[in-house]
Design a binder for this molecule. Sequence first.
Ligand code: GDP
Ligand code: MG
Length: 162
Amino acid sequence: SKPVVAIVGRPNVGKSTIFNRMVGERMAIVEDKPGVTRDRLYGQGEWLNRTFHVIDTGGIDIVDEPLQDQMRMQAEIAIEEADIIIFIVNGRDGITSSDQDVASILQRSKKPVVIGVNKVDNPDMQEHIYDFYQFGFGQPFPISGSHGIGIGDMLDEVFANF
Ligand code: GDP
Ligand code: MG
């Protein structure tokens, strides 16, 4: 069956932008469950003739929980549902305490994690990736969701796990 890839990370790092790049037009709208809105967050992607499911966990709206708890729950859902996790951070901000919270949850799981350092819009900004080695998820991939840069190299790494 198709591998499930989950995108996690704190708000505003570019998860939905990257999700849309990965799924193109093949976006699925699925049913809502009580307390959890799962609207436009499951899609299907294709890379080098392999299809995969992708989940934008940032779109999982956990009603009535503070943002910090929502982020943690999104990471837990990703660990539960995915075969591999793409952890998105914002290269322009460096590591924030919210990134650290998400990273700690991912580090406790056994699931493989690939880290995408987003908003690296041009080659001059490549040095923004180095801080993120300290999470221990291996090589951080510089990407730009809005410019469509680096996503292929990141997906190569995702599929190197299968
Ligand atoms: P999410 O909250 O993690 O889903 O983030 P969004 O995908 O909604 O993006 C948040 C903001 O960052 C939006 O204004 C996007 O246009 C912007 N953004 C996303 N990717 C990039 C990128 O690669 N470079 C830049 N400069 N902005 C980006
Ligand atoms: Mg989003």
